[in-house]
Write a protein that binds this ligand. Structure first.
Ligand code: ADP
Ligand code: MG
Length: 343
């Protein structure tokens, strides 16, 4: 945990120092650190009302976590997992979004992987590799077909459990962006523990510059992305996991096997204007691998009219990024990677 927090601060510090060196007229900014959703969030807002806006955002985040945290017995998600049914408009809408990404990704994103996550215990005190028999019996209650959303009612069948860990942080980012904007903030960086949401442009009117972490060495960077008013979310094997007998087991599961996904990728970064979608898609793309992720990108563009951009880091040392990022992603010179644009 200590190491993870250090990584987060390194990443956050670079974004913020880049944000601060814009030059031009001084705009008062304020930074707030919020420990929530099992990570460290750093919110920086610019403008006169930033302190009050950050107070509101912090309060909202803590309330949201209290609602969505599956491990807190008093949360709404716990109640749903216990009772198999819950009624709440916000939870229903978020679950629906999760199911939508699930369907688009052919089940690569699946918010019912909870029992598998518990068996692996990635974030707990005793992480371990479950036996094949155990995985097989747990897989029986995993599947998108076990969740139904009707209006504001969510129903679980077949012993399924809901886990929104793959989408909740991004959604929280959307909510923070709205809370800040409603209070008159036009410029902010929402760091969700390494994943970043950008509200507007820098106070001086130029684009933000976001350093994308090197998955092999998170104190280094793959490159710098120039962006505004969007989310930049990464899923990778370095995030959380454990090692046993020299093998690393990470926390993004392939719902078809119940084991950590092996798709030839070390990380995927998604650039998308919607935080919840960016978060869920980064998890989905990580499971899908490069080729299927690019097909999903095409479907999204056709279906939602939503263009997303992707940066893949492959396990054979290549950084491949979609052509929409040409001119906006500047590869770093310190790494050992080969950089390629996907035409
Ligand atoms: P992080 O939260 O560490 O930034 P991700 O956004 O990729 O990383 O989300 C990983 C989390 O998503 C896991 O901790 C778990 O709660 C959940 N998860 C793991 N595998 C899947 C999956 N295939 N589909 C949906 N959620 C998943
Ligand atoms: Mg995610």
């Amino acid at each position: 945990m200590a190491r993870r927090i250090l990584m987060i601060f390194l990443a956050a510090a670079l974004v913020l120092s880049l944000a601060a060196c814009g030059g031009g007229k001084e705009v008062p900014g304020e930074t707030r650190t919020v420990y929530t959703m099992d990570t460290v969030m750093t919110l920086t807002a610019y403008g006169e009302s930033s302190a009050a806006a950050l107070d509101a955002a912090e309060e909202m985040l803590l309330a949201l976590d209290a609602k969505l945290d599956r491990h807190s017995p008093s949360s709404l998600v716990s109640a749903l997992d216990r009772d198999g049914r819950a009624e709440n408009a916000e939870l229903a809408a978020l679950t629906d979004a999760a199911l939508h990404v699930g369907a688009l990704s052919d089940g690569a994103f699946d918010p019912t992987v909870a029992p598998l996550l518990d068996a692996w215990d990635f974030t707990g005190d005793a992480p371990r590799v479950p036996t094949e028999t155990e995985l097989a019996s747990l897989l029986a209650c995993v599947g998108l077909e076990n969740i139904t959303v009707e209006g504001s009612t969510i129903t679980l069948q077949n012993g399924a459990q809901l886990d929104l860990g793959g989408i909740a942080k991004g959604y929280a980012g959307d909510r923070v962006r709205t809370v800040l904007a409603e209070r008159g903030i036009e410029s902010a960086v929402i760091d969700l523990g390494g994943d970043v949401g950008l509200l507007g442009k820098k106070p001086d009117g130029s684009d933000w510059r976001i350093a994308v972490k090197d998955p092999a060495e998170p104190s280094r960077f793959l490159g710098v992305l120039t962006a505004a008013d969007t989310f930049v979310v990464t899923s990778g094997i370095y995030e959380r996991g454990f090692e046993e007998n020299g093998v690393r087991y990470h926390h993004i599961l392939d719902p078809k096997t119940g084991r950590p996904a092996e798709s030839g990728l070390v990380s995927v970064t998604v650039v998308c204007t919607d935080g919840a979608w960016a978060d869920a898609l980064s998890t989905a793309c990580f499971v899908l691998g490069e080729e299927k992720s690019l097909a999903l990108r095409e479907t999204l563009a056709a279906e939602k009219g939503n263009r997303i951009e992707l940066i893949f880091v492959t396990d054979d040392g290549r950084v491949r990024y979609t052509d929409g990022l040409s001119g906006r992603f500047a590869p770093s010179e310190e790494g050992e990677y080969r950089y390629e644009v996907i035409a």
